[in-house]
Write a new protein. Structure first.
Length: 365
């Protein structure tokens, strides 16, 4: 066997972090799955893994430093050859986060994510939407076998039809089981490929489904359509389709919980004298009573005109924030009338003005 320090290109004084970092880098570079056309990649990966198994274990490393290559002897030395199967061990415990660093996952489940865009009113009262999207599914022409009609795939000779092969790990006879690279884990080799899917057993097709959006749904809410996603393999069921609801903003309303808020401009006479104002609601036109003496920024409530509550039932309220418009263009007669009003009001009592003046007196003494 080669010196494990040379295999990992680390010094004999290397720390465990340095050894681990070197192993990750080399394993990612020489992994057989990343070098399918390189026949020597598998042997290099075995050697790299074997070196790491020695140097990552303090006792094995100390034994190698003391006895050298003799420690790899099958019947002599401190490492006598005792075969064992990787299935008896916890793979994650041995490799730590190596698999994640190499980009390997537990397997694609076929989950697909799409967005459904709806209007503010559709979110409030619910709706049904047709969602059209593309997904990967089993080829109908070959029933997912990948072989042309009338032909059948052969059993993979590399894995004897199991779809998985066992790989020995260098000086320590560790057997790791991994998907067969020749048949890609299917256990079959397509001889006469289907012309529709070109032997893959999977095709991409457009699909349209009807989705029901419940009343009161919020922006960003998700809905799960079981088996509506991609088929990761011809012999596996399709994954789920995860739909995210996107609610378009409204020109007049904004949502706060189950209430909706809008801003309404009124004139000074309406604010001073009060009256009845026509307002927009989710249900169409509505009426709002403006109390006399309404101040700018006052929020008036219209019961039951908000968003339908999904849990308690009923609906939220509509909140109307009042703003008082100040005219910018006045006729001479209007200016004269306002001047007369200002003169008369100067002798009256203005609660807010009086309160403000009291605060100024307290501040400046």
């Amino acid at each position: 066997m080669r010196d494990p320090y040379d295999v990992l290109s680390v010094a004999r004084s290397a720390t465990q972090d340095e050894i681990k970092g070197a192993f990750r880098k080399l394993a990612a570079q020489h992994h057989p799955d990343r070098n399918p056309d390189d026949p020597g990649a598998q042997q290099r990966f075995k050697e790299i893994n074997a070196a790491y198994q020695i140097l990552s274990d303090p006792q094995k490393r100390a034994a190698f430093d003391r006895f050298g290559p003799a420690m790899a002897g099958g019947t002599t030395g401190p490492f006598q050859g005792v075969p064992f199967d990787m299935n008896d061990l916890n793979l994650d415990a041995i490799f730590g986060d190596l698999l994640g660093a190499l980009g390997f996952r537990q397997g694609d489940r076929g989950t697909l994510q799409k967005e459904v865009r709806i209007s503010f009113e559709e979110a409030a009262f619910g709706c049904t939407k047709d969602v059209t999207y593309e997904r990967v599914e089993s080829c109908v022409d070959c029933s997912g076998t990948g072989s042309a009609p009338g032909s059948t795939p052969d059993r993979c000779s590399a894995c004897s039809g199991r779809g998985r092969v066992r790989v020995q790990q260098g000086v320590l006879p560790i057997a790791i089981e991994r998907p067969c690279s020749r048949c890609r884990g299917t256990g079959r080799i397509v001889i006469d490929p289907c012309t529709t899917c070109r032997g893959a057993g999977l095709v991409t097709k457009e699909r349209t489904i009807e989705v029901t959006i419940p009343p009161g749904v919020e922006n960003g809410a998700t809905r799960l359509v079981e088996r509506g996603g991609n088929a990761p393999r011809p012999d596996r069921a399709a994954g789920d389709l995860e739909l995210t609801v996107r609610v378009a903003p409204h020109d007049l309303f904004r949502r706060v919980g189950d209430d909706i808020v809008c801003t309404m401009p009124i004139s000074f006479p309406q604010a001073a004298l009060g009256g009845e104002l026509q307002i927009p609601t989710l249900d169409g036109k509505g009426k709002l009573k403006i109390p006399a003496g309404t101040q700018p920024g006052t929020v008036l409530r219209v019961k039951g005109k908000g968003i339908p509550r999904r849990v308690m039932g009923g609906r939220g309220d509509q909140l109307v924030e009042v703003t008082v418009e100040v005219p910018t263009k006045l006729t001479a007669h209007q200016k004269e009338l306002i001047a007369q009003l200002a003169q008369e009001m100067g002798e009256g009592v203005h609660p807010q003005d009086a309160s403000f003046m009291d605060k100024l007196k307290g501040l400046f003494g």
